[in-house]
Ligand binder design. Sequence first.
Ligand code: SAM
Length: 187
Amino acid sequence: MAEHHVCPVWVGYLLASPVRKLLQNPNKILKPYVNEAMTVADIGCAMGFFSLPLARMVGPNGRVICVDVQEKMIISLEKRAQKTGLSGRIETVICNDGSLGLDNIKEKIDFALASAVVHEVPDAAGFFSEIYKVMKPGGRLLLVEPKGHVSEKDFETTVSIAEQHGFIAADTPQIKRRRAVLLQKKP
Ligand SMILES: C[S@@+](CC[C@H](N)C(=O)[O-])C[C@H]1O[C@@H](n2cnc3c(N)ncnc32)[C@H](O)[C@@H]1O
């Protein structure tokens, strides 16, 4: 377990509940940015509420790199991927608070999702810097934070940290109970 405060595993089970789709439908949220055969990343994936729909969207020729700091979340995600026959499209990475462990995939990611994770990350600057390096030029990062945990002001601060690391704010998608911004790496 990481030293920094992270989402407890029991909350991970709640976040993976299919009932959540009524509020936050992964297909509606992600489909505008994801196509067949893309390489995408789900950073702070937990048990895969978004990772499994992403795996369906990228199809058999795509891949989803799922990163989480908690081994138990990743193990549960792997079991879910196996049950749904999507394991072949999913790669998992157990990272640590100081690094996402993605050094080997420079400029390969078409789309990345960071949903409800940045407020748990101790070094947001390092986080965005690492993601920037793995994104393809023009690649997009959907940054989403829960309104219940992250004030408008704190979200603006987070977005400005991302911008300081090269991302450009391209859109502000509307997602229930969430603050969201679509960031883009310069083409
Ligand atoms: C609130 S959950 C959100 C899960 C998922 N993205 C969703 O929206 O359902 C936050 C997840 O981020 C992970 N996390 C926290 N700090 C992290 C870090 N530094 N790097 C990667 N993942 C981290 C936690 O372990 C947890 O699984």
